[in-house]
Design a protein around this ligand. Structure first.
Ligand code: ADP
Ligand code: ASP
Ligand code: MG
Length: 438
């Protein structure tokens, strides 16, 4: 029989009316046997996600010794939700215990995880399905690294014993039992772990849009939907800012053939987007999608005969390594080299310290720092079969009067990465979208 694993995101779990939709989706198909839920998200634009409030609780307890003030807001939201849903669940008992534990905890992970925990308790009550705590089945090593194989063994055994279950997303446990979360948006990853563990026929990821769009719907109005894309294309697009799915979601599925189906809780009749392992999907298509991320700094190093100087790159990179800075891209010319660094890795003013260390190491002719850089990725397997993609991208950018600061194309020809000034970010994405899909 068909077996589906379904993950519902924060907007789907936000309030009674959205949870009613979730209930209908699960109950309308008996093959939807494993349900992973996020914490309640935003009900309206200015609302605050439960996970953000929980982080605030932890930091308030660090500041003042007690999380009581921000926690009161969380309590109210869950009491109201349980009342509206008319559930026979002693939510007060759970909330009081959580508040006590947050006041005792040493890291933010326990607090952050409780939104998913409570969300899953509520969902299991509504659906009459067993609740299985993620701490019981999702394991991290003592160093806090996700333990994929141990987890897979436990998940496949434990879930083979039940007909169905509701499991909280976003977290698991360390060997000493303490809670550890994935990075933000990590419930997508939990869903993929469970899908692999039970060898699902499909991993349905239910969210608030019709599927994976050709670009960010917050930048381009009503972009075209992508009906099918490959794991590799997904990885490139989500890593580069297409936040609809966590960039690591495909890792648990890589050794399998399990497709991910992005679906819309608010429009379940739409077939959504299918993400498959096969890279030959849609061979005629030139570009699959466009994504982008803000917040980078470029360090441009110039030195005549750089390419002849053995070890030049290594010496420059050793400076970054000493500062534990990750390098996003490193386009090079004969006499030039650019380092593209995420701002999240740079403490205030650190770029100038790096410049002085690089000067000391390789004595360049000149070195410049550019702040406020954004990266845009144009992604698609089709690029490797057809010519002219780059020309089309750069013509569109020139027409829109966007100054291109950097270009990088991987040898797999799966993507072209373009660096622009952040002030041109939205304009550049719209222009490229217009050239391929407009
Ligand atoms: P969930 O709470 O269900 O996990 P997310 O907010 O994490 O949902 O992801 C869905 C959101 O991703 C959409 O509402 C949309 O604004 C945003 N998004 C960014 N890029 C894309 C894209 N290329 N296609 C679809 N949605 C995108
Ligand atoms: N609730 C967590 C977050 O906001 C995880 C998730 O929604 O996937 O990041
Ligand atoms: Mg998400």
């Amino acid at each position: 029989m068909n077996l589906k694993v379904c993950k519902f995101g924060g907007t789907s779990m936000a309030e009674k009316k959205t949870i009613d939709l979730v209930k209908n989706i699960i109950l309308s198909d008996e093959t939807r046997r494993f349900v992973i839920v996020s914490a309640p998200g935003k009900r309206f634009a200015s609302d605050i996600k439960i996970t953000d409030l929980l982080y605030e609780c932890f930091y308030e307890k660090v500041r003042s010794g007690s999380c009581a003030v921000p926690f009161a807001r969380i309590k109210k939201r869950f009491y109201d939700l349980v009342n509206e849903l008319e559930l026979d669940l002693d939510i007060g008992y759970h909330l009081d215990r959580i508040q006590e534990e947050i006041d005792k905890s040493a890291t933010p992970d326990f607090a952050a995880s409780r939104g998913e925990y409570l969300s899953a308790l509520i969902t299991s009550e509504i659906l009459g399905m067993e609740f299985i705590d993620a701490a019981e089945i999702i394991k991290f090593t003592a160093k806090g690294v996700f333990d994929a194989e141990t987890t897979n063994d436990i998940v496949s055994h434990r879930l083979s014993l039940v007909k169905g279950a509701v499991i909280p997303g976003f977290y698991g446990a360390m060997p000493d039992g303490s809670i550890k979360t994935f990075s933000r948006g990590g419930s997508d990853f939990t869903g993929a772990i469970i899908a692999r563990g039970v060898m699902a026929d499909v991993y349905e990821n239910w969210t608030d849009v019709d599927g994976f769009m050709t670009t960010d719907p917050r930048i381009v109005k009503d972009p075209l939907l992508i009906d099918v894309l490959s794991y590799e294309e997904l990885r490139e697009l989500s890593y580069m800012g297409a936040s609809v799915l966590h960039p690591e979601s495909i890792f648990p599925l890589q050794g399998t053939e399990i497709p991910i189906n992005i679906r819309n809780t608010f429009n379940p009749s739409s077939k959504g987007t299918l993400i498959v392992k096969d890279t030959s999907v849609k061979e005629g298509r030139l570009v699959t999608g466009i994504a982008g991320r803000k917040g980078f700094t470029t360090i441009l190093i110039k030195k005549s005969m750089m390419n002849a100087q053995i070890g030049f790159c290594r010496q420059v990179l050793s400076v970054l390594e000493n500062y534990h800075i990750s390098l996003e891209h490193m386009p090079t010319g004969i006499d030039t080299m650019s380092l593209i660094i995420p701002d999240s890795d740079l403490e205030q003013g650190m770029e100038f310290e790096l410049v002085s260390k690089i000067r000391g190491k390789v004595n360049p002719d000149s070195i410049f720092v550019y702040k406020d850089i954004s990266l845009i990725a144009v992604v698609g397997h089709g690029m490797s079969h057809q010519t002219g993609t780059a020309a089309k991208v750069f013509t569109a950018l020139a027409k829109a009067d966007v100054n291109v600061k950097m270009i990088d194309q991987g040898s797999s020809e799966l993507n072209i990465i373009i660096g622009v000034n952040t002030s041109d970010f939205e304009k550049a994405i719209s222009a490229i979208y217009g050239a391929f899909f407009g």
